[in-house]
Design a protein around this ligand. Structure first.
Ligand code: GLV
Length: 333
């Protein structure tokens, strides 16, 4: 096929060069090797004449953008979360939207459990203390903390990643697992973990370590705020690896400051990469820069899946992880 007849696509952020090369075999690619963050107007401009977009969670695709980019037929997210894409608006305009589920489950669960451990056992707080040269002698109650093993693990959002965290807690750390989710797991998934579905208020009251893994949307905005935090045990911890907007950060900071919650482990933030200064100032908050899926193998698998979605979408095949299957097969708008 002559290069000029190939569909044009935008790769909005710097990604693996091998993945860009793979896309070049099928498309005219406009990529972003300098990783300039495209302002909205720049994104719209770069999307003119483009049939597809390879995007990440930092690009927002909504109705206004779609209207301004009438050639778009597919937007392919290199992330499992897709709150940056208005899928309904895509469907209304015949645009396929895809994400990258499955390939990042275990890696993200590893990070979630690591953050839970860091928060509960005060690891980042202890490290800071040591690096500041403040450790002069051992004392029996230095950095005393709640146990993780044998405690109650609470999971809000029991999809693939929630279940992977439950496995780590139940099978690796002998934790009792309770969870809340819109739908209950099938008995054959619950049984090996002895996981118990509970109401959200019971979850908050009973857990020692709460992990948030639910998708972010208008319905889950500030799923954890002052009222929810007030139900939790003061010795409990909260870990968020979903999206920052799941938590009211001011309320969380106030609870951590006042000792109404022992610690938090946060990989995601409402205004990231800007971090709420109140959280920054708290020693009992373990903070990481949205690295849940950041193993080399997993990031490559995510990029490969996003590329496979884009290639399929623009070559007449059903993308492996299509979010709006009703759109498949519509080639023009
Ligand atoms: C990361 O946050 C993702 O949604 O993949």
């Amino acid at each position: 096929m002559a290069a000029s007849s190939q569909p044009h696509v935008l790769v909005a952020r710097r990604i693996f060069p091998q993945v860009v090369e793979r896309l070049r075999e099928c498309f005219e690619v406009d990529d972003n090797p300098t990783d300039t963050i495209l302002e909205r107007s720049q994104l719209v401009e770069r999307l003119q004449g483009k049939a597809g977009a390879f995007i990440t969670a930092s690009e927002r695709i909504d109705a206004a953008l779609l209207d301004a980019c009438p050639d778009l037929r597919a937007v392919c997210n290199m992330a499992v979360g897709f709150n940056n894409i208005d899928v309904q608006a895509c469907s209304a305009r015949g645009v396929m939207a895809t994400n990258t589920p499955g390939v990042l489950t275990e890696t993200t669960a590893d990070l979630g459990f690591a953050l839970l451990m860091a928060a509960a056992r005060r690891i980042t707080e202890g490290e800071r203390y040591l690096r500041q040269g403040r450790w002069t002698r051992w004392t029996y109650d230095m950095f005393i903390a709640p146990d993780v093993h044998g405690s109650t693990l609470g999971i809000l959002g029991m999809g693939r990643i929630g279940q992977a965290i439950a496995r780590r807690g139940a099978l690796g750390f002998g934790m009792k697992v309770i969870y809340h989710n819109r739908t209950r797991l099938a008995p054959d998934l619950e049984a090996p973990l002895a996981a118990r579905w509970v109401e959200k208020t019971t979850l908050l009251r009973e857990c020692d370590h709460l992990v948030l893994v639910l998708p972010y949307s208008d319905q889950t905005h500030h799923a954890i705020g002052a009222a929810e935090l007030a139900l939790m045990k003061p010795a409990a911890t909260l870990t968020n690896i979903g999206r920052g907007g799941l938590v009211d950060e001011d309320a969380l900071a106030a609870a951590l400051q006042a000792g109404r919650l022992a610690a938090a482990g946060l990989d995601v933030f409402e205004g990231e990469p800007h971090i709420n200064p109140k959280l920054m100032a708290l020693p009992n908050a373990a903070l990481t820069p949205h690295i849940g899926s950041a193993s080399l193998r997993t990031r490559r698998a995510m990029a490969d899946l996003a590329a496979a979605n884009l290639i399929a979408a623009l070559c007449g095949q059903r993308p492996p992880s299509l979010l709006n299957p009703e759109v498949f097969g519509l080639h023009s708008r």
